[in-house]
Write a protein that binds this ligand. Structure first.
Ligand code: BG6
Length: 489
């Protein structure tokens, strides 16, 4: 309302994430009239820049993607006028005090609510929190801080980070982002399960044979090798994005849709999971490959990556949830860079039909005849269910067909970017899609012993060609649990 204002400070404003995701998401929210009436946006970074220069930089990444209404250009101008820049060091309280003065001016005596988005590397993170917290004590509304992963690199460093954060902020001021939780189909998981009679009764070991979480990208770590090499694919994708989806997938029905109720259930799943060991994983790294006259680089060709790096760019893992609902059901994960396609999906393979009258129509491969529910998070968002169906005609031949809900065929409105949803939630104080510290601890507890062992033993990854389907080891891992990856046909 008129009496309050919200300022959003993007710390690390000239970085990749800020330019590619945060500013465009803020503009999209503005465009949709979702931002509060009195808002301002500040870019904060070390380089010297004027407001005009920041606006120019930001304007280059804004697009009028939302049904291309005519007044988009005008809206963009209005939006840019609300963007400002402040140059400062990340570890300088004085520089943040200067920022505070500018914020106060714009707030013009209204209740001041402040959101800080820390889009900066982990080594300067705590300094920035310490300094930005001067602004928390000076605001008379709420102050919230969005933080991006990496939240440490194992249990210990993550706990240390949490301890340092809590010196300056309360847990309810910290918004740990996992942008996969802001993806439309991930958010829809709960709707699918809890508001359709036909799914939830099947959602257990009784009917589900295995569940697969698949993430693949058809490009390597180009340009990000420096960051990536210190983390690897398990920390970059599995321990957060895929595990978060798994928790939502497998949790019990929450008491309500309140953030605390949902997160209570997620943390229970995570804490019921078996800690991973070396036998439960395969790791891979991509090597150079020439195709159609083009040579694609190996991971270690990146100049910022040590030549002898063993960092995995691919990993497969088999996880188990030791509770009554999921006992014995393999939850398989597969994540990789520089593979043949880009996709993120959940595949649920159901059990065989007992005493199936039509078994002989399927030949020997009964696995291929079981129902499979696929939730395709991206690209081409879709939910489809594979069923067995009679091929029309006089004979009795069956095939597998899809009951298919393809979003772009069903809904005309474009799907918002994950960052739009998450930024809006942070502004509105909705914590449902942000990670609570106990969830984070439980997630690290699962992976830390494995990560340590992989690194101590310097396990050699299985090399796979850039653009391929990844290491064969992933098949052996699945086969050990009687599973076939659903994405391979
Ligand atoms: C990030 C990872 O969290 O997610 C990147 O650090 C990865 O390595 C990215 O490329 C994938 O996100 P999206 O939304 O493009 O699938």
């Amino acid at each position: 309302n008129d009496q309050s204002s919200v300022s959003i400070t993007v710390v690390g404003a000239s970085g990749d994430l800020a330019r590619k995701k945060i500013f465009p998401a803020l503009f999209a929210l503005y465009y949709e009239d979702c931002l509060p009436e009195n808002f301002s946006i500040f870019g904060y970074a070390r380089s010297k820049m004027t407001d005009a220069e920041l606006r120019n930089m930001v304007s280059k990444t804004l697009t009028c993607r939302i049904d291309k209404r005519e007044n988009c250009g005008e809206k963009m101008e209005q939006f840019l006028k609300r963007c400002f820049y402040h140059s400062g060091q990340y570890d300088s309280k004085e520089d943040f005090v200067e920022l505070d003065k500018k914020l106060k001016e714009l707030e013009a005596g209204r209740v001041s609510n402040r959101l800080f988005y820390l889009s900066i590397p982990p080594n300067i993170f705590i300094d920035a929190v310490r300094c930005a917290s001067v602004s928390a004590s000076s605001a008379n509304g709420w102050t919230r801080v969005i933080v991006e992963k990496p939240f440490g690199r194992d249990s210990e460093s993550s706990a240390a980070l949490t301890r340092s954060l809590k010196q300056y902020l309360q847990e309810d001021q910290i918004f740990r982002i996992d942008h996969y939780l802001g993806k439309e189909l991930v958010e829809n998981l709960s709707v699918l399960r809890f508001s359709n009679l036909i799914f939830e009764p099947l959602w257990s070991r009784q009917y589900i044979r295995n569940v697969q979480f698949i993430f693949s990208e058809d490009f390597g770590t180009e340009g990000r090798g420096g960051y990536f090499d210190n983390y690897g694919i398990i920390r970059d994708i599995m321990q957060n994005h895929l595990l978060q989806i798994l928790a939502l997938f497998a949790m019990e029905t929450p008491v309500s849709l309140d953030a605390e109720d949902i997160r209570n259930e997620k943390v229970k799943v995570l804490r019921s999971m078996r800690t991973l060991s070396m036998d439960d994983v395969v790791i891979g790294q991509y090597k150079s490959h020439t195709k159609g006259g083009i040579t694609y680089p190996a991971y270690t060709d990146d100049k910022t990556v040590p030549k002898d790096s063993l960092t995995p760019t691919f990993a497969g893992a088999a996880l188990f949830i030791d509770n009554a609902r999921w006992d014995g059901v393999p939850f398989l994960m597969k994540a990789g860079k520089a593979l043949h396609d880009r996709r993120a999906e959940i595949r649920v393979q159901f059990r065989h039909v007992p005493g199936n009258l039509y078994n002989r129509n399927f030949g020997t491969d009964l696995d291929r005849a079981t129902n499979e529910l696929v939730i395709r998070v991206q690209p081409d968002e879709a939910i489809y269910l594979k069923i067995n169906n009679k091929v029309p005609g006089l004979g009795m031949r069956l095939d597998r067909s899809n009951l298919n809900l393809l979003y772009k065929a069903r809904y005309s409105k474009e799907i918002p970017d994950a960052y739009e949803r998450l930024l809006l939630d942070a502004i509105e104080g909705e914590r449902r899609l942000f990670i609570r510290s106990d969830e984070l601890d439980a997630a690290w507890a699962l992976f830390t012993p494995l990560l340590k062992e992989l690194e101590d033993k310097r396990l050699i990854p299985e090399y796979y060609p850039y653009g391929s389907r990844g290491p064969v080891g992933a098949h052996y891992l699945a086969a050990k649990h009687n599973v076939k990856w659903g994405d391979l046909g």
